[in-house]
Design a protein around this ligand. Structure first.
Ligand code: AMP
Length: 190
């Protein structure tokens, strides 16, 4: 059976992590969040984590080769997976191309890019709220939150065109109750 490899796409605060949790349960997928992986490296105070922390705290992207390497390792260590949900990856054209190369080499391509769409002002509110419980510096500081949204708009959102060209882009309204948004995602997956 072919694997259900999905890119869950969207700006910071769109609800990618929250919705991933539902989808991995429902479809038995493996969740790959580069943000979570990087925060794990920071917690363990690895060399990689120490280098990444400064960039993350500023709201900048971590270099492509670092996140591509992390994703490559995870794909190779979950050969049994029914599929992956890529959350917060890819964020640049180079990352998207590297992911396609890795998956196409296994004949297990991305089947859909589900793009959660949420207005910027709503994102700023959600990030501030999340910051209160997560303690994440990049959420708590409004200027950093806005910078991450700007980085997304400039460097990441053009990937919609990349996946559109492959016929895989599926926009999803990311405003509503958690259940409503899950329903929209499940319908899109079909
Ligand atoms: P996230 O948890 O997805 O919001 O990611 C938090 C931060 O980790 C981002 O603001 C970036 O600094 C870094 N990061 C996560 N994923 C990537 C990625 N695919 N490419 C570059 N930087 C990333």
């Amino acid at each position: 059976m072919s694997k259900l490899n999905i890119v869950l796409f969207g700006p910071p605060g769109a609800g990618k992590g929250t919705q991933s949790a539902f989808l991995i349960q429902r479809y038995g997928l493996v969740h790959l969040s580069t943000g979570d992986l990087l925060r794990g490296e920071i917690k363990e105070e690895t060399e990689l984590g120490i280098a990444a922390k400064e960039l993350m705290d500023r709201g900048d992207l971590v270099p492509d080769h670092i996140v591509i390497g992390m994703i490559r390792n995870k794909i190779e260590s979950h050969l049994e997976a029914k599929g992956f949900i890529f959350d917060g990856f890819p964020r640049t054209q180079a990352q998207a191309e590297a992911l396609d190369e890795m998956l196409n080499a296994k004949s297990e391509p991305i089947v859909a890019m589900l793009a959660l769409e949420v207005p910027d002002e709503e994102l700023v509110k959600r990030l501030a709220n999340r910051g209160k419980s997560s303690g994440r510096a990049d959420d708590q500081d409004e200027a950093t939150a806005r910078k991450r949204i700007a980085v997304y708009t400039r460097e990441t959102s053009p990937l919609k065109e990349y996946y559109k060209a492959q016929g895989k882009f599926m926009p999803i309204n990311g405003v509503g109750s958690l259940d409503e948004i899950t329903d929209r995602l499940v319908k899109a997956i079909g």
